[in-house]
Write a protein that binds this ligand. Structure first.
Ligand code: FES
Length: 352
């Protein structure tokens, strides 16, 4: 059998029609990529037949190395040329305007992409919990609302996001998350998962401020139940995921580790922590909506006609399909935690 030909290592964005039959080219020789034109004859490689379950936009693999044919699974990032870089000092990039003026805590780029300085958002207080809303449909999000929570002193009042799932990330401090009365220890860089209808309390360790971002999907408001129901969902016992270097996945020169994802019950939302070395990736797009929180390092967020510096504590909101590039400018690179929704694989990107 011949080896598949590697085309430019990137996926193809196509619209599939429900119940229609397709033949995906597996050999890489078709002139009608990503579909078969019969050119595989004599190679020993057969096209993959599939029927679309629904009408939808998908990314079909173009590199022919996916482990989930016919769909792109990000394998192209590991191939030569699969993670192209961009020169931030090219004449075209130097002409891109800097955005330094804020609209309150927000700096707006193209297409609804924006950077939020969470510390500048006005906070409210409920008992020992300070909170503020930083992302939501009112700022262009379709799939999420995001909040910053800060607990100090005694255990906080109960909070929930109603019929939404919640995915949290601890940015500083240590203590316990109490989900429907069930206690789990947490520390900075842990991910936490709360299922629909469950109720959360934060119990910081003495003298510590426990600070975390909470993402609700679908978007929701914070609710303040007056009693804590005993409805912890025992079908999903693991609720805290810690950073583990052994779980890192390489993505070209970058790496990431999945935290809260479908393995522990989150079907629509995936949380990851990752590192970007000093570099600027070529501008690309995703089919999912994404929020990135800068944990350490400095960088620059680019869209088509605008760019803005980013640093620790800032949150980047990126609408689905928006062209962008996140450059790490520090020699140690940029550490980020991200959440994608809907989606389960943060390594899937596409280029024009
Ligand atoms: S293009 Fe082949 S895995 Fe993405």
């Amino acid at each position: 059998m011949s080896a598949p030909q590697v085309l430019p290592p990137k996926p193809y964005l196509v619209v599939l029609e429900e119940d229609r039959k397709y033949f995906w080219c597996a050999c890489g020789r078709s002139k009608k990529q990503p579909f078969c034109d019969g050119s595989h004859a004599g190679t020993g490689i057969e096209p993959q037949r599939f029927v679309a379950m629904r009408t939808e936009e998908v990314l079909l693999c173009g590199c022919k190395h996916t482990r989930e044919p016919p769909f792109c699974d990000g394998a192209h990032n590991g191939l030569p040329g699969g993670c192209p870089h961009d020169d931030p000092d090219s004449p075209a990039n130097r002409a891109i305007a800097w955005v330094t003026d804020s609209d309150g805590p927000r700096r707006w780029l193209d297409g609804g992409c924006h950077v939020i300085c969470a510390d500048l958002v006005e906070h409210e207080r409920r008992g020992s919990l300070r909170h503020c809303r930083i992302v939501g449909p009112e700022f262009g999000a379709a799939h999420q609302a995001q909040f910053l929570l800060e607990a100090e002193g005694e255990i906080t009042p109960a909070v929930s996001v109603g019929a939404s799932d919640a995915i949290l990330f601890v940015t500083c401090g240590s203590g316990e998350v109490v989900i429907c009365g069930r206690r789990s220890p947490v520390k900075a860089t842990d991910g936490v998962y709360l299922r629909t209808g469950e109720v959360l309390q934060l119990a910081p360790h003495s003298g510590e401020t426990l600070k975390m971002f909470l993402l609700a999907s679908p978007p929701a408001e914070l609710e303040w139940p007056t009693r804590v129901p005993e409805n912890f969902d025992d079908n999903y016992p693991q609720r805290v995921v810690a950073v583990d270097a052994a779980q890192r996945v390489a993505m070209g020169p970058r790496y990431f580790q999945l935290l809260v994802d479908k393995r522990i019950g989150s079907q629509m939302v995936t949380q990851f922590i990752g590192h970007i070395p000093q570099s600027k990736a070529a501008p690309h797009r995703h089919l999912y909506e994404e929020t990135l929180i800068v944990l350490a390092g400095r960088g620059c967020m680019w869209t088509e006609t605008r760019r803005t510096p980013v640093g620790p504590g800032e949150v980047i909101f990126l609408p689905r399909k928006q062209l962008h590039s996140l450059q790490a400018t520090d020699s140690d690179g940029l550490f980020v935690v991200g959440v994608i929704c809907p989606g389960d694989n943060p390594s899937i990107n596409y280029y024009d």
